[in-house]
Ligand binder design. Structure first.
Ligand code: CP
Length: 302
């Protein structure tokens, strides 16, 4: 694939191949490049995990990493995203990993026939987060070995979450049963094609995977933000000890992080025995190695 921008472009076989390669990297597979390769991580929104784990993936693959900070770049002088990316290509960068607040920012880039640089989407607004989605799929696959018939509950800020949109779509493609819970006003009708919205406390005891979402204060409107009561949210939709005790035996907890401790989840459950939150981060490096490998193979560099 020339670009990895949305899981909508990936069918179940593609996704399983990517998970398989990520698992191979985790178990020690080494990559060989046909020539020196260069990547730039262009982050126009804050990030800890996605940016550093793409950097780690690049280093593990032997790719040279170009330094780029949006805050001190010529974007501040009004340079467009296209011109920024084209500049990276002109100086010899092979792959750009981009995070941007605008939904589907990548559409305008990938339709340019002249743009040869590969693009990996590190998250677009409330649109897609394909690398997070695939590290979540890898974590579920590692735990259960398959997706068919698995029950996955996605809880919380569904409307603003690119993780919810990517994961619901891909889980549905892979044969899992998808359920949603959280505040009705944060539900997105578009998700109905992938699963069923219901009551958190009725659904929770039947679920194999409890996928919590971060409350995205930065994407709430001023009115929503003003009205948001973290304590009330925790009581109504958070993973409290009481809810934790009702989870099915063998069920796992996931959260893309950063976690609002005490809001989406009781702080001391973040590292509960069946939490996979830090495993997700570990798997993120290997999934990102597999994503970059796809792009490099397409470009003949691997
Ligand atoms: N999960 C995730 O995307 O984290 P960052 O925003 O820190 O990259």
């Amino acid at each position: 694939q020339p670009n990895v921008v949305t899981v909508a472009d990936m069918d179940a076989a593609d996704a399983l191949n990517l998970i398989n390669e990520a698992e191979e990297y985790k178990h020690g597979k080494k990559a060989e490049l046909t020539r020196p390769a260069y990547a730039a991580n262009l982050f126009f929104e804050n990030s800890t995990r996605t940016k550093t784990s793409f950097q780690m993936a690049e280093m593990k693959l032997g790719i040279h990493v170009m330094q780029f900070e949006a805050g001190t770049s010529s974007v501040k002088k009004g340079e467009s995203l296209y011109d920024t990316v084209k500049t990276m290509e002109s100086i010899g960068v092979d792959v750009a990993v981009i995070r941007h607040p605008e939904n589907e920012y990548y559409r305008d880039l990938i339709k340019h026939p002249g743009l040869k640089i590969g693009i990996a989407n590190g998250g677009d607004g409330s649109g897609q987060h394909p690398s997070q989605c695939m590290l979540d799929m890898m974590t579920i696959h590692e735990e259960f070995g398959n997706f068919t018939g698995l029950r996955v509950l996605i809880i919380g800020d569904l409307a603003h979450s690119r993780v919810a949109h990517s994961n619901a779509m891909m889980l549905n493609r892979l044969g899992a049963e998808v359920y949603f819970a959280g505040p009705q006003e944060w539900y997105d009708d578009e998700l109905a094609q992938y699963g069923t919205f219901g009551d958190l406390d009725e659904l929770l005891p039947q679920m194999d995977v409890v996928n919590l979402l971060r409350v995205q204060n930065e994407r709430l409107s001023g009115v929503e933000n003003g009205a948001f009561d973290a304590e009330k949210y925790h009581e109504q939709y958070g993973l409290t000890h009481k809810r934790y005790s009702k989870m099915k035996r063998g069920a796992i907890i996931m959260h893309p992080a950063p976690v609002n401790r005490g809001v989406e989840i009781d702080s001391d459950l973040v590292e509960a025995p069946n939490s996979r939150i830090f495993r997700q981060m570990q798997n993120g490096v290997f999934v990102r190695m597999a994503i970059l490998s796809r792009i490099l193979r397409y470009k003949g560099i691997m």
